[in-house]
Design a protein around this ligand. Structure first.
Ligand code: CU
Length: 193
């Protein structure tokens, strides 16, 4: 794979253009996310993270993440996207996540609530079908990084750890890029506190 990268500069340029086009398209869908899950944050259903108790059983998960990326953000929260690929003959479920830059990381979905797209925690987690994949993308399922410890700049590398239902874990790195349309309107004042 890596050997062709240096030899095809024109091809690379074309890919960059494609990427730019895709980003623009994605931006449009994200603009619609105006009511980002703020209604569910006060329900008290969040389970406290207690990963250390079971750390001894941790093993590498048979999952890879294709094309991971993060949205650059100055503060507050941001999202990580990519394609989760399951290499096994059984379905696998991602039940939780952590990142190196956020206090909290949630598995989010975008649901239609009264005709409006709304972000909220995904009940049951992300299910990756046997020998299949599950896509995380703007406007759909994504990893929500909440309570950023610092600004995420384009080019920054964010390490994300996913935990499966069977307690196996997967760590991957997402590189941040500017994503113009990704202003997620968690209403000011409701999130900080
Ligand atoms: Cu979200």
């Amino acid at each position: 794979m890596r050997t062709t990268a240096a030899s095809s500069a024109p091809g690379r340029l074309a890919r960059l253009r494609l990427l730019a086009a895709a980003t623009t398209a994605g931006a449009i869908s994200l603009v619609a996310l105006t009511a980002c899950g703020s209604d569910s944050s006060s329900s008290g259903t969040d389970t406290p993270a207690t990963p250390s108790a079971k750390a001894a059983a941790t093993a590498a998960a048979p999952v890879t993440v294709k094309d991971p990326w993060a949205k650059a953000a100055d503060s507050g929260m941001t999202a990580v996207f990519g394609t989760l690929v399951n290499t096994t003959d059984s379905p696998l479920t991602v039940v939780s996540a952590t990142s190196t830059v956020s206090k909290k990381t949630e598995l989010h979905e975008v649901a239609d609530v009264d005709g409006k797209p709304v972000m909220r925690p995904k009940k049951g987690g992300f299910v990756i079908p046997a020998k299949g994949s599950h896509q995380l993308q703007p406007g759909a399922d994504h990893l929500m990084l909440m309570g950023l410890a610092k600004a995420v700049r384009p080019g920054d590398e964010i390490t994300v750890t996913l935990t499966l239902k069977d307690e196996r874990t997967l760590r991957f790195t997402a590189v941040a890029k500017a994503f113009a349309g990704g202003k997620e309107n968690y209403r000011p004042g409701m999130e900080k506190g």
